[in-house]
Write a protein that binds this ligand. Structure first.
Ligand code: HEM
Length: 401
């Protein structure tokens, strides 16, 4: 039976002009054109229906029985991670796995258990940045990537034999695999290599954690008695997003504030809130531009028909620039109310790591960086580099002081 939201119903407009090169250079101008076409648009190059507006995305997240996260056709994530994690399941199976990790990622637990680790890691890597800079300092390589990696090593309870370069490599390989729709063999080879390395760590770690549980995400997955393959799939999932996105948030936030010096000054004088600056950065420069779903039946959605079994993309990056919801949506403004942004998704799959990231990046890494290196600024004489649109961030950010 077709699910109907609003009538009358018609076929979605087609965006055959989408240019992947332009999406990489600046996704926001393409998102704007897509929203002008309507809340549902078909993109033949991707074989995908895109939901472009804030209301269309939020409503789909609320109706997961129709916009399912389970797919037997969209299998890149399963291949990249070597198993099916919670993110590619629907409730009630998804809820069993998600509820295992929630207790250790709630705000109070983040403050009491994880923030002291985050603070220690940030001091160490600011020391490192000061040692290597300023001449060739790259904020991503020398600070954001190692901080995000060490924070995740701690959250997962991985042993000291795992270093920040291991975590960065695994996360980067998994993210490339999740996006490997062109089926490039070299990307799969690297994913398999990373899976083998992570599994070797888990072979030793899981029996030890079974005997001596701790606060880590890995231990929490074990404590509720999930099967071994399910524990591993979710550890691989956490590695993929749990390092890459916080890394992007650190560089994006520093870049955004450096380009809006008045707002940075307001933060320094206490006239604006770091928490608000963090949320506004997630809205304005969403690290995850799109999340996939698959329709389980024919759907009439905001006036347009989507057939059963269709690949659907919820365009979080576009919804977060929807001017009907956020006034002057293309402007970075830390004084706005960015609540309701979809940078962490919404509904049952809303990011499990959002409070940890807010503390790690918004309360600790970025404020401490500007405090300890007050004169830090982007080095315009060297090129910076943005990468991706589904997973988007600055991968080279030259800085000086
Ligand atoms: C800026 C940083 C981050 C961003 C922007 C982000 C974004 C997201 C988004 C958009 C989703 C939902 C995907 C969907 O609905 O298909 C998600 C899910 C998830 N995130 Fe994050 N994430 C971040 C950091 C983290 C961290 C640090 C962790 C782990 C400590 C984490 C763990 C997870 C997990 C386990 C899920 C799956 C939740 C579920 O299926 O119920 N994330 N994240």
């Amino acid at each position: 039976m077709a699910v109907s939201l609003i009538g009358p119903i018609s076929t979605p407009p087609v965006a055959d002009w989408i240019d992947p090169g332009q999406l990489l250079a600046d996704p926001y101008s393409s998102y704007e054109r897509l929203r002008e076409l309507g809340p549902v648009v078909y993109v033949p190059q991707f074989g995908r229906y895109l939901l472009t507006t804030h209301p269309a995305v939020v409503a789909a997240e609320q109706q997961s029985e129709t916009f399912s996260s389970f797919s037997n056709t969209n299998l890149t994530m399963m291949r990249a991670l070597g198993g099916r994690p919670m993110l590619r399941k629907d409730d009630p199976e998804h809820a069993d796995e998600r509820s295992a990790i929630n207790p250790t990622l709630r705000p109070r637990q983040v403050t009491n258990v994880w923030s002291p680790h985050f603070a220690e890691n940030v001091e160490k890597w600011i020391d490192h940045l000061l040692e290597v800079g300023p001449a060739d300092a790259d904020l991503n390589l020398d600070f954001a990537a190692p901080v995000a990696s060490q924070n995740l090593i701690d959250i997962l309870g991985f042993p000291a034999s795992v270093n920040v370069e291991d975590m960065r490599r695994w996360s980067t390989n998994y993210i490339a695999g999740i996006g490997n729709i062109l089926d490039e063999p070299e990307i799969w080879r690297r994913c398999e290599e990373s899976q083998a390395e992570v599994n070797a760590v888990l072979d030793e770690l899981l029996p030890r954690m079974t005997k001596a549980p701790d606060a880590s995400v890995t231990s929490h997955l074990l404590q509720v008695g999930l099967p071994d393959d399910v524990v591993r799939a979710n550890v691989h999932l956490t590695i993929s997003g749990g390092m890459n996105e916080p890394q992007h948030m650190i560089t994006s936030m520093v870049w955004a504030l450096s380009n809006h010096p008045d707002q940075l000054t307001a933060l320094r004088t206490g006239d604006a809130e770091w928490a608000a600056a963090f949320e506004e950065t997630v809205r304005w420069l969403s690290p995850i531009g799109m999340v996939p779903r698959e329709t389980t039946s024919d759907v009439d959605w905001f006036g347009y028909t989507i057939p059963a079994g269709a690949n659907v993309g919820l365009l979080l990056g576009s919804a977060n620039r929807d001017a009907d919801v956020f006034a002057n949506a293309n402007e970075f403004d830390i004084t706005r109310n960015a609540r309701g942004h979809l940078g962490f998704g919404s509904g049952v799959h809303m990011c499990a790591g959002r409070w940890a990231t807010k503390a790690a990046v918004g309360e600790i890494a970025v404020p401490r960086l500007f405090e300890r290196i007050p004169n830090i600024r982007i080095d315009e004489s060297r090129p910076l580099h943005w990468e991706g649109w589904v997973f988007r961030g600055i991968t080279t950010l030259p800085v000086t002081w």
